[in-house]
Ligand binder design. Sequence first.
Ligand SMILES: Cc1cc2nc3c(=O)[nH]c(=O)nc-3n(C[C@H](O)[C@H](O)[C@H](O)COP(=O)(O)OP(=O)(O)OC[C@H]3O[C@@H](n4cnc5c(N)ncnc54)[C@H](O)[C@@H]3O)c2cc1C
Length: 393
Amino acid sequence: MIHDVLPRPLFTDEHTLYRDMVRRFVEAEIVPHHAQWDDDGVVPRALWSKAGETGLLCPTVAEEWGGPGADFLYSAIVIEEMGRVWANGPGFIIHSEMAAPYIETHGTDTQKAAWLPKLVSGEAVVGVAMSEPAAGSDLRGMKTRARQTDDGWVLTGQKVFISNGQLADVFIVAAKTSEGTGVDSVSLFIVEADRPGFRRGKNLAKIGAKAQDTSELFFDGVEIPHGNLLGTAPGKGFSQLMHGLARERLTIAISCIAKAEGALDMTLAYVADRELFGKKLADFQNTQFKLAEVRAEITVGRAMVDQMLALHLQGRLDANAAAAAKLWTTEMLGRTVDTCLQLFGGWGYMWEYPIARAYADARVERIAGGGSEVMKSIIAKAMFREQGIKATF
Ligand SMILES: Cc1cc2nc3c(=O)[nH]c(=O)nc-3n(C[C@H](O)[C@H](O)[C@H](O)COP(=O)(O)OP(=O)(O)OC[C@H]3O[C@@H](n4cnc5c(N)ncnc54)[C@H](O)[C@@H]3O)c2cc1C
């Protein structure tokens, strides 16, 4: 296993104990089964309950809502330990770091009491349903609509690419609640999967992250009560979305650094063993230099991400800085898996080799959660604004 080049002073002895526990869980309950789950296209539902019992879900949810009330470093530990072994099937990160925070941050006390304890224990699994066939980066183009009635809302539309789509018991769903594309035109709803009119579509066949159930969802006149509007007033969807962006992007950045370490780890083991032209692959200077470059990038990325972790703990990480981290770490991961796979030669192209899966899995990081182009656009806008440069975007 790779050891950190730089110390990580944010993490205390208690964090290390938690990391050891998470690592044991991942090694025992996830690693031996993951290849089978890749073939199945989904992980077993029971894994969620086990993860909840062990304390892996929603580490930061406050004690008053049934959580451990831990700091975000505990979340980072789960993300890193899953990333290190490329455990992309279980959608714990979407559940704990993207969906649950919507409820905890914006939900009413009734909504928090109804859902957060179940999300912590794994009794309920949650997904986030924003993207649509014709609206991903450009969410203002979404077509799903919620019409207000005396009893609540009626939801009609379609979502696509939704992680945890086959397993989730409940979704945070974005829908238009007024005409136009203004900032107040979208609201978020808590939608239970057992409501009449709700239907799961296909578990989509992907080139990577195959054990993750990524699905279409259909809403055909789904009636939901007033109490399922997230928060108390409609029209807050975009501001609720914006609020969580720094944490979401930091989460992806943390994961990418850990995944790059995992890819380096498997490649070091391979080059130490593989023989060609009468010597080890590790003896070639090309191998040494390529892997040194990978390690240098991981060291730089880890230093950046740890600094952002520190800022996030102080509530000072802004979405633009986190966009830079998402952009750089996802692109770095793409370079890393490509370099590593090359050193495996033809074996690297074989699905049975973890580096082949890593190569395929890594590709999505530059697309989901806001593509690299979206990150560049955000960074450029902020920089030009700061410099007083007028430009069209
Ligand atoms: C495996 C997977 C899991 C996902 N999980 C979820 C989920 O759980 N919930 C959810 O709601 N969504 C999810 N998504 C959807 C994901 O967030 C979208 O795919 C992403 O936002 C891009 O949207 P799009 O696919 O519609 O591409 P488009 O929006 O059509 O983008 C096409 C290309 O244009 C680029 N682009 C965008 N804006 C600009 C610009 N201003 N200038 C230049 N180029 C630009 C994009 O980066 C991309 O390269 C998931 C996607 C995948 C693949």
